[in-house]
Design a protein around this ligand. Structure first.
Ligand code: UDX
Length: 433
């Protein structure tokens, strides 16, 4: 079993730490924020992620949290799990990565610095040069990107589709790969640049699928086809596959929007215009706004109309609001003069633009409303097309931004219904003056 140091007690760092501890390794997590370190050291989680608290509890004797960088001395592996947010130019901000390199204490033996943070291609080469310049040429370097999705991080770590290790030296690659010996998954070995690109390209491929199916949905709307059936029909083709083909009001979250910009910027810094990715990003921006057109088709002007946003996190089972489509939608509705209410079982409505009224229950949100928009497919919303809710609304219109409901059942329950990429029943459309 190995001794693993982790820089950064954020979501990636803590998920990685508890999973390595579960695999039997000794883990030390170093962060610079005292409150975070104190809380974690006393067993309190700074965020909610399924199974992480249980793993932390179960492996307490194998995980330490510290502010002192010297506590990582003696670790054979030093994982970098710090944030790489976008800068104003769209490039990834690597300042926290460089702080880690600058703050490395005196290290003996042959520890390996392992990059888990998502970084532009070429970062490993620069860090390698930086280590050498600091006289740390005895420190190895490897890229080992994470592919963890919120809500399923522990499962994604323990049962991954693949593990990617890129290194300058094959012994370093062997050593990093050995950390995952207990995990049964294909191992992709590569050079460092390719490992960095694998992470960026994987996210870009997933986003491309989403924008692709969203555009298919938009054409379905124009032509009378149903995107849910279309996705089923194309997804059964093994060359295509069925996952990530849910049309909706666009992707958000802490990774896709930032990583798509970083890859687009990385390409253009090298003189290449990444046309497909530019279109993927633009389609996603437009998709968030299409709900407005659906509402005006039913309600006419939105001035003075009350619209309830149901679910505001960027996806269900998280309170994460980063780049959530609800933020753009709320802003557009307010700009149109609508009165906006919002309900979410966990996300904080205060993170929406000023002027949005928080509702404690779905019923509060939709009472007297002219329309309800399902923005996030929370399981709690599956029964929203109830008798009670229909009677409570001033105008029983549901715009289903995630195709959560059955259109026929919803219409039979007395609602006007609009999904994404689904045929509109002619009787649904009632334009008021
Ligand atoms: C994603 C990647 O899945 C993960 O591998 C990477 O490491 C980080 O980014 P995450 O942001 O947690 O993970 O969420 P994910 O479940 O992938 O969803 C991202 C966004 O795409 C959400 O807004 C979701 O609603 C949207 N989405 C996803 C769709 O609109 N349609 C789909 O079919 C799938």
């Amino acid at each position: 079993m190995a001794r693993v140091g982790i820089f950064g007690a954020g979501w990636v760092g803590v998920c990685t730490a508890v999973c390595f501890a579960e695999l039997g390794h000794e883990v030390v997590v170093r962060d610079v924020v005292p409150e975070k370190v104190d809380a974690l050291a006393s067993g309190q989680m700074p965020f909610h992620e399924a199974d992480v608290a249980e793993l932390l509890e179960r492996n307490r004797e194998r995980i330490a949290f510290t502010l002192d960088v010297n506590d990582i001395v003696g670790c054979e592996f030093l994982f970098v799990c710090v944030d790489t947010p976008p800068t104003y130019s769209g490039d990834a901000d690597l300042s926290r990565v460089w702080t880690v390199v600058d703050e490395l204490p005196e290290l003996s033996g042959h520890p390996i610095l392992v990059m888990k943070s998502t970084v532009p291609v070429g970062t490993g080469e620069k860090v390698r040069a930086g280590l050498d310049q600091r006289g740390l040429d005895h420190v190895g370097y490897a890229s080992n990107p994470e592919f963890l999705a919120e809500g399923t991080a522990v499962r994604d770590f323990m049962q991954p589709d693949r593990i990617v290790v890129g290194a300058f030296d094959s012994d370093d690659a062997d050593a990093v790969a050995s950390l995952y010996d207990k995990i049964d998954a294909p191992m992709v070995r590569s050079d460092v640049n390719s490992a960095e690109m694998i992470k960026l390209a994987a996210n870009a491929a997933l986003m491309t699928r989403i924008s692709f199916i969203n555009e298919i949905a938009n054409v379905c709307e124009a032509t009378g086809a149903d995107v849910v059936k279309v996705a089923e029909g194309i997804g059964l083709d093994k060359r295509i596959g069925s996952r990530f083909l849910s049309a909706g009001i666009g992707f958000g979250g802490s990774c896709f929007p930032k990583d798509s910009l970083a890859l687009k910027q990385l390409a253009s810094n090298s003189g290449y215009h990444f046309q497909v990715l530019a279109a993927v990003i633009e389609v996603n921006e437009l998709q968030k706004r299409r709900v407005i057109g659906k509402l005006t088709r039913h309600l006419g002007s939105l001035q003075g109309k009350t619209v309830a946003l149901l679910g505001i996190s960027y996806k269900p089972n998280t309170d994460d609001m980063r780049e959530a489509p609800s933020i753009v939608l709320a802003s557009r509705l307010i700009a149109e003069g609508a009165h906006v209410r919002a309900w979410d079982p966990v996300a904080d409505v205060a993170k929406l633009p000023r002027g949005v009224e928080a509702s404690a229950t779905v019923l509060d949100a939709i009472s007297g409303a002219d329309a309800a928009v399902i923005v996030t497919e929370w399981a709690e919303l599956a029964g929203v097309a109830s008798d009670e809710n229909r009677k409570a609304m001033r105008n029983p219109l549901i715009v289903d931004g995630r195709n959560l409901l059955d259109p026929d059942a919803t219409r039979s329950a007395g609602f006007a219904y609009e999904g994404i990429g689904r045929p509109t029943a002619p009787a649904d459309v009632r334009v008021e003056a």
